[in-house]
Unconditional design. Structure first.
Length: 668
């Protein structure tokens, strides 16, 4: 280029300045090497992404030295660092356009996009695509694997689209008759995945790369020479102009706004204006960087919704507990009043009781809405469903894995949501298959179903799914049903499968247990109760039992609940003691050896729950009869451990249900 004052030289100098500023504005890592494979230009994001020491990186650094440094640090995976480095140098020396994706040692996923320069060098853009890549893996893992081929095709198409996009950007490079430096500058601006521009103080575009349409979703070409008002709709222009004025006043401004693209879709855009000060110190214009942040905004909204839902769940659990206490006391007092009022007032009591019971149904419906979707329960032949499902699943197994089904009784019929049950069982079957494949590739999956009945739980069906894999770790047994907990490799699972199975069973009134079978493999037990019609007002025909010799301790922080339970015990001629908190309850059980039974709420003030107290009481009196009462939703995690070892009485309850449950506890 001639060193004169021609207009062409001035334009090129201005464009060089704009691009240098733009390189520092972009959020992607960028590096440029010349034909001798020496480093020419890089930005700060390049150092940050690969955690490179500033004293190592300098213009003139050879591509081989840089690659050796990264290989020795494990950036390219296992293998001889020298061989890994020379292999990459050999491929780079071809100066060909390329695009690929790889996982880094820090578990981040990046895309690498290279564009050759006409003088033999190349420019490389490194983009962090971790979130997009993980979303694809989540989509793959959350499927029921019956649509696995479709998902694989979707992933292939997604990767192909990104490759085609990179190829299209490379094809957009037009041949230029300018000098080699100008060609390099234009290649850089075309590769940057952001809209880079320069606007003067008359709000006119003096420079723009070719990314405006892809970022904004608005079809505009040849922005140079056009004003903000001539490019954007009036509403958007009125938002942008005040921000530009602030930049011309010397302030760096970042703001977000929404643009409707040509398809009528709303896109979120984030723009930064950086002032350009001349030699006089007065702003002559502003550098522009605009990014499409629609995906980022959507992810943020999902996080906010999840946080709001978590808060709602906590508030609703507390509401259920308190409201159940209130309704239990109301129903109990109504029952006692019914014995002492004349017939004209009995109708008033009955209508009040109906209103109170309606309140219990409202609480149950609220729990179902907040914690999980409403199940569509209907009469289902479990025996037939299991056989059909196992036959379908067996067709997806390799020849090295077999499956066995053992049903104790034919024609087992339950009231449940058939679709939700199939989803839950398939999730466990796929987990068992994966466990075997991960272990040694050969094994047996066993599914058993048998009827169960005990004093502590309602009659139901117990379904066990076991495998001959390596079994559950202790951590998995303790945390397996927690959302997002997973022991699978990155990208192979989301940690939501067992959590959803657990939620279905809780909503169905059942439970889930993880353990290891006798052969060392994993085993998952599902328990689903057999529903029977409730008759809360019917008299319960229970055999007489001897009350003499019993002393019952009532533990509840609500004095009205203690009064109600004390009255119920009085009707049964059972003496009692009372405690309003955990510390007092522990002291009484230690010091009063005559206590034979405890009735305790699960939730109370302090750090100890009724479940914690029960475990400590059993240390002093292993034969102590314990009945836990609660108004918590069925999905609450405390109830799973409580059901395994104790009898649970759900609020609200009446005297007959209380009597029936207590008699079971004291006589078992």
């Amino acid at each position: 280029m001639r060193a004169d004052n021609s207009k062409e030289a001035r334009d090129l100098a201005a464009e060089n300045l704009v691009v240098q500023q733009g390189i520092q504005l972009i959020q992607q890592a960028l590096s440029i090497f010349d034909s001798d494979m020496k480093l020419l230009v890089y930005n700060q994001r390049f150092l940050e992404m690969f955690d490179l020491p500033e004293e190592l990186i300098f213009p003139g650094l050879s591509f081989l030295d840089l690659t050796l440094f990264l290989a020795r640090r494990g950036e390219f995976g296992p293998g001889d660092p020298t061989e890994l480095a020379h292999d990459r140098v050999e491929r780079a020396s071809r100066f060909e356009a390329h695009y690929f994706e790889r996982s880094r040692p820090n578990n981040r996923r990046i895309s690498v996009e290279g564009h050759p320069l006409e003088d033999g060098g190349w420019v490389t853009i490194y983009s962090d695509i971790t979130e997009a890549w993980r979303n694809e893996q989540v989509l793959r893992a959350r499927s029921d694997e019956l649509s696995d081929k479709l998902l694989r095709r979707t992933g292939q198409l997604s990767e192909t689209n990104r490759t085609l996009e990179a190829t299209n950007r490379a094809l957009l490079k037009a041949k230029s008759e300018l000098e080699i430096s100008e060609n390099r500058i234009r290649a850089i601006t075309r590769a940057v995945p952001a809209h880079i521009a320069y606007i003067d103080t008359t709000f006119t575009y003096q420079f723009s790369n070719n990314r405006f349409s892809s970022v904004m979703g608005i079809d505009r070409h040849d922005l140079v020479g056009k004003t903000i008002s001539g490019v954007f709709p009036k509403r958007i222009a009125n938002l942008i102009i005040p921000q530009l004025k602030a930049a011309f006043a010397g302030k760096t401004v970042t703001f977000s706004y929404e643009v409707e693209n040509v398809k009528g879709e709303i896109q979120s855009v984030r723009t930064t204006f950086s002032p350009d000060f001349g030699k006089s110190g007065v702003a002559q214009g502003a550098f522009v960087q605009s990014l499409n942040v629609s995906a980022e905004m959507a992810a943020t909204e999902i996080q906010l919704r999840a946080k709001r839902l978590e808060t709602t769940n906590q508030l609703t659990s507390g509401l259920a507990h308190d409201f159940s206490n209130i309704l239990t006391v109301i129903l109990g007092n109504l029952e006692r009043l019914g014995k002492h009022v004349d017939e004209p007032h009995r109708e008033l009591l009955r209508s009040t009781e109906q209103a109170a019971r309606r309140g219990t149904r409202i609480i149950d419906n609220l729990m179902s809405y907040v914690f999980s979707q409403k199940l569509d329960s209907k009469s289902t032949n479990i025996s037939k469903l299991l056989r059909d499902l196992i036959r379908l699943f067996a067709s997806s197994l390799s020849s090295s894995i077999s499956i066995q089904l053992d049903i104790e009784t034919e024609d087992i019929v339950l009231q449940l949501d058939e679709g939700a049950f199939q989803d839950a069982l398939l999730n466990l079957l796929f987990n068992a298959r994966d466990a075997i494949e991960t272990h040694d590739g050969e094994g047996v999956i066993t599914v058993t179903a048998r009827l169960e009945s005990s004093a502590n739980q309602q009659a139901g069906i117990l379904i066990s799914v076991s495998d001959t894999g390596q079994g559950f770790s202790q951590d998995a047994i303790l945390k397996g049903t927690e959302p997002f907990f997973t022991t699978k490799p990155q990208g192979k699972g989301t940690g939501l499968g067992l959590s959803m199975v657990h939620g279905f069973l809780e909503q169905s009134g059942g439970w889930l247990q993880l353990k290891n079978s006798n052969n060392g493999g994993g085993q998952v037990d599902l328990y689903i109760p057999i529903e029977r019609a409730e008759q809360p007002n019917a008299a319960l025909d229970q055999p007489h039992f001897e009350t003499e010799g019993h002393l019952i301790l009532i533990v509840d922080d609500d004095p009205e609940m203690r009064t109600l339970i004390r009255n119920y015990l009085g009707d049964l001629r059972l003496p009692c003691l009372e405690a309003d908190g955990a510390e007092e309850a522990l002291t009484l059980v230690k010091q009063v050896a005559e206590i034979t039974g405890v009735i305790s709420d699960i939730i109370m003030p302090g750090t100890l729950t009724g479940v914690d107290l029960a475990a400590q009481w059993r240390q002093y009196h292993p034969e102590l009869a314990i009945m836990l009462i609660t108004g918590l939703p069925r999905q609450h995690k405390l109830l799973q451990s409580a059901r395994e070892n104790h009898t649970i009485l759900r609020k609200p309850f009446d005297k007959d249900v209380f009597k029936q449950t207590l008699m079971k506890v004291l006589t078992s």
